[in-house]
Design a binder for this molecule. Structure first.
Ligand code: IVH
Length: 685
C-alpha cells in the first residue's frame, strides 16, 4: 500500500516528536544527552518544517510548541510567576537577517532602535527570587511554567548572593544561567581520570548534574557559577524602558551580570560585528558558550512584539557551528609511545567538527574505554572544541548494532617481538617493557624531533618509521649523523625535502637545554619540569652528575621525577646517546640570565609561577625578569609558591592548584608590581 504525501508527513512528524521527546527526557531530566545538540536541533527543524507545510499537524504538546522537560519527582515543583521561555534559533546570518525583517514587518513602520547583544551561556537556566533583598527561592526552568525547587543547591553557588545590596525592591527574580567554568570542569575530570572513573562529557551536563544533587554539599563542592541575563517577576522597582537598564539594575543589586561582555548596539550590522567577534574569541572565554543572544533593547517594542507559544519574538539565539557530531567508530587501535606506554585510540569515519576533520581521537587507557563503553561498530559522539584535542564522548546507544562486543585490550604489543603488554597495580596505563621494541624506538625518536623538544620540521611519525626501517637511524642521536645520500635514494625524498630536512636538523642543534631534556623521553618529565631542571642546573653535565638529593631539592620537582631523572642518567645506553649528541655539537646549556646591575634582588628566595600568555613578556622574558631579581620560576605550583601570574589561556591545573593551596594569583599589572617591589599588590588575596 502506498501512502500519500500528507500521510507520510503525519507519520514522520509523529516519529520526530517521539524521538525529540525521548531525547528531551534524557537531556533535561537525566542530564545525560543521547545525541549532540546539533543533531537535536536538526530533528526539531525537520519537525518545524513539516508543521509549517502542514499546519493541521501541529499539536499543542508538540516539542515545537513546548519548552524543556517535565519537572522531576526529586525536587518540589515551583510555579513560575512569569513563564520561563525558550529562544528561537538562527543558525546563520541569513536567518538572523530574516528575524530582523520579521520584526520590522510586525512593527509596521516603527523600527528597532537598539539591540542588546549577550553571550549564550551553555549551562542551565534558573530563576532566583529575592523578597525584600533576601534570596527566598531558586528554580529550574522545567517546562517553562513549572520548574523544580533547587533553592538549597543554588544557595551554595558562590556568585549567587544570599542578600542583595543597594535598595532592593519587594520582589525581584533574576533569570540566568548556571554553568561550570572550564578550568573547574577540567580539574574535576582530571581527578576522575586519575581514579579510573568515568569522566563527564561536557561542562553543561556536569553543571546540570551538579545542581540536581539531593545533597547540597555535593553541589557546593563543584565550583558552579552564574550569570544573570533577564528579569523575571518584579514588584516595587523603578520603571524601566530598556532591557539594558534592567541589567544595570540587577548589577547594582549585586547580582552577577556579565557587563564586560554585554553590548548595547544600534544596528543589525553592529549585531553581526558582535557575533563575528564573539565567534573568533569563543575559546578564549573561561566558560563555554554556544552562541550569542540578541534582544530588542526597548521594552515598549518588546511588549508590542510579544511571544509565540514558546519563545519571545523580540529575542533570538544565534547558534555557533556545532562542536559535537556523531560518526562511526571503525576500530580501536593501540599506539606505543617512546616510553613504552600503550594508548588506545579511536579510528573514526572522518567527520568535520569544530572547524577540522577528525579521524582519530585518544581513548586514554583501558579504564576509559570501559567507562565510556565504546565498541568498534558503534556510532559515537565526537567533540572538538577549538584547539583542544578531539575527544570521543560516548556511544549513541540507540544506534548500537545488535551483538556488538565490548572491546578488549590487546595482550601483546604489536611490535612483532611478541612482548606482553603489562599493567601494574594502581596504574591506569599498560606498558610494553621491551627496551628494543621497534615501536618504542620510533616513538622515542619521534618525540625527540617533535615541537617543544628539538622541533625538527619534516621529521614526523611517517619519516621516522621509514628511516628506522631502512636502517638509517636507530636512536635519537643518530639523527645528527644521517647519511643524506641514502635518504636521497628513498622514494618520496626529493632534493628539496632532503635539503630542508638537513637544515632543520642542523638548526635543532642550538635548541636550549630545556627542549633537549624534554626530548630525551625521561619518564614523568614533562616540558615545564624540563625547563625547571634546565634553569636549576644550567647544563646537561651538571644535571647528569646530580645526586638524587640535589634533584629533589629543586623547587617544583617532586620525588617521582627526581628518581626518574636520576635513573635515566645512570643507564649506560642513555649515556651513550648523550656522548653521541655531544660529539654532534648539540647545545647542552640553558640560556644564561642577563644580570642587570640596575635591578635589585627583590625576589630573592621567592618563586613565581607564570601561566598563560602575557602582553608585554614572552614566557622566556617573564622567567628572565624573575630570575634577574633573584627569584625562581618553577613549572608547577606548590605550597612554597609566592604567587601565580595568570595570563590569557592559563593552565587549568595551575589555577586550580593555586586556588586550593590559597596561593595568591596576579594579573599582568600585579606581576609588574611584584617585579618592581618584590611585594604583592595591596588587597591581593
Ligand atoms: S534569555 C525570555 N539570554 O538559552 C528569554 N537566555 O536556548 C529567556 N541562555 O533558556 C532567555 N544565555 O537557558 C537568555 N544571554 C542569554 C542566555 C540565555 C543562555 C539560555 C537559556 C535559554 C536558552 C534558550
Amino acid at each position: 500500500m502506498r501512502s500519500n504525501p500528507a500521510e507520510a508527513a503525519a507519520v514522520r512528524a509523529e516519529e520526530l516528536r517521539r524521538q525529540i521527546r525521548a531525547h528531551n527526557q534524557a537531556y533535561y531530566e537525566q542530564d545525560a544527552p543521547t545525541i549532540p545538540d546539533a543533531a537535536w536541533d536538526a530533528l526539531l527543524r525537520e519537525l518545524q518544517q513539516i508543521e509549517a507545510e502542514h499546519p493541521e499537524l501541529i499539536t499543542p504538546d508538540s516539542p515545537t510548541q513546548t519548552v524543556g522537560g517535565a519537572p522531576s519527582a526529586t525536587f518540589a515543583p515551583v510555579e513560575h510567576a512569569v513563564p520561563m521561555m525558550s529562544l528561537d534559533n538562527a543558525f546563520d546570518l541569513d536567518e538572523l537577517k530574516g528575524w530582523a525583517e520579521r520584526l520590522d514587518r510586525r512593527l509596521e513602520g516603527r523600527s528597532v532602535d537598539g539591540y542588546e547583544c549577550e553571550l549564550k551561556y551553555d549551562g542551565l537556566a534558573i530563576s532566583v527570587r529575592y523578597e525584600n533583598g533576601e534570596m527566598v527561592q531558586a528554580a529550574t526552568r522545567g517546562n517553562g511554567r513549572v520548574g523544580e525547587d533547587v533553592t538549597a543547591n543554588v544557595a551554595t553557588i558562590a556568585t549567587v548572593p544570599a542578600t542583595l545590596s543597594g535598595e532592593p525592591p519587594a520582589v525581584v527574580e533574576a533569570r540566568g544561567e548556571v554553568f561550570m567554568p572550564i578550568a573547574t570542569f577540567d580539574a574535576l575530570n582530571e581527578s576522575l581520570r586519575e581514579r579510573g572513573e568515568k569522566t563527564y562529557a561536557n561542562p553543561r551536563n556536569t553543571a546540570a548534574g551538579s545542581l540536581r544533587q539531593k545533597d547540597s554539599s555535593v553541589t557546593a563542592s563543584r565550583g558552579l557559577a552564574w550569570w544573570s541575563y533577564q528579569l523575571g517577576e518584579v514588584v516595587g522597582a523603578p520603571e524601566f524602558t530598556r532591557h539594558s537598564e534592567t541589567m544595570a539594575y540587577l548589577e547594582a543589586l549585586g547580582l552577577p551580570v556579565n557587563s564586560a561582555e554585554n553590548r548595547t548596539v544600534g544596528t543589525l550590522d553592529d549585531v553581526i560585528a558582535f557575533i563575528e567577534a564573539t565567534l573568533a574569541r569563543r575559546h578564549d572565554l573561561p566558560y563555554e558558550i554556544d552562541g550569542a543572544v540578541i534582544k530588542v533593547d526597548s521594552l515598549a517594542l518588546q511588549r508590542d512584539l510579544g511571544f509565540t507559544s514558546k519563545a519571545p519574538r523580540w529575542a533570538i539565539a544565534f547558534k555557533f557551528p556545532p562542536e559535537e557530531k556523531t560518526t562511526l567508530l571503525r576500530d580501536i587501535h593501540v599506539s606505543i609511545g617512546g616510553k613504552g606506554k600503550a594508548t588506545p585510540f579511536a579510528v573514526l569515519e572522518p567527520v568535520f567538527v569544530g572547524g577540522s576533520t577528525v579521524g582519530m581521537a585518544t581513548l586514554h587507557n583501558e579504564d576509559q574505554v570501559a567507562a565510556k563503553d565504546v565498541r568498534p561498530g558503534d556510532t559515537v559522539i565526537v567533540r572538538k572544541a577549538g584547539d583542544v584535542i578531539p575527544e570521543v564522548l560516548g556511544p549513541v546507544l540507540s544506534e548500537r548494532p545488535e551483538g556488538l562486543k565490548p572491546w578488549v585490550f590487546p595482550t601483546h604489543c604489536s611490535c612483532g617481538l611478541n612482548t606482553p603488554l603489562t599493567r601494574a597495580e594502581g596504574d591506569a596505563a599498560h606498558y610494553c617493557l621491551n627496551a628494543v621494541c621497534p615501536l618504542q624506538i620510533d616513538g622515542r625518536i619521534e618525540h625527540f624531533a617533535s615541537r617543544g623538544a628539538m622541533d625538527i620540521e619534516g621529521l614526523g611519525e611517517r619519516t621516522v618509521q621509514i628511516f628506522t626501517k631502512a636502517g638509517i637511524i636507530a636512536d635519537a642521536a643518530d639523527i645528527y649523523s644521517i647519511d643524506f645520500d641514502r635518504v636521497g635514494e628513498l622514494e618520496g625524498f626529493g632534493e628539496i625535502s632532503v635539503r630542508n630536512l638537513r637544515a632543520a636538523i642542523e638548526e635543532s642543534k642550538s635548541r636550549p637545554l630545556g627542549n633537549l631534556l624534554f626530548g630525551l623521553n625521561i619518564r614523568h618529565l614533562g616540558s615545564a619540569n624540563a625547563e625547571v631542571l634546565a634553569g636549576a642546573f644550567g647544563d646537561l653535565d651538571a644535571l647528569a652528575a646530580a645526586s638524587l638529593d640535589d634533584l629533589a631539592a629543586v623547587d617544583g620537582i617532586g620525588p617521582i621525577i627526581a628518581e626518574a631523572v636520576h635513573a635515566w642518567f645512570q643507564n649506560e645506553t642513555n649515556r651513550d646517546i648523550i656522548e653521541k649528541l655531544r660529539a654532534a655539537g648539540v647545545n647542552f646549556t640553558a640560556p644564561t640570565v642577563e644580570v642587570d646591575e640596575n635591578v635589585e634582588a627583590v625576589l630573592e628566595g621567592k618563586s613565581i609561577v607564570v601561566t598563560g600568555g602575557l602582553e608585554a613578556y614572552s614566557r622566556d622574558e617573564a622567567q628572565a625578569a624573575i630570575n634577574a631579581r633573584g627569584g625562581k620560576s618553577p613549572g608547577s605550583v606548590s605550597k612554597k609558591t609566592f604567587a601565580v601570574v595568570v595570563g590569557a589561556d592559563p593552565g587549568a591545573s595551575k589555577v586550580t592548584k593555586a586556588e586550593s593551596l590559597e596561593v595568591p594569583m596576579l594579573d599582568e599589572a600585579g606581576f609588574e608590581h611584584v617585579l618592581a617591589t618584590g611585594e604583592l599588590p595591596e588587597g591581593t588575596t
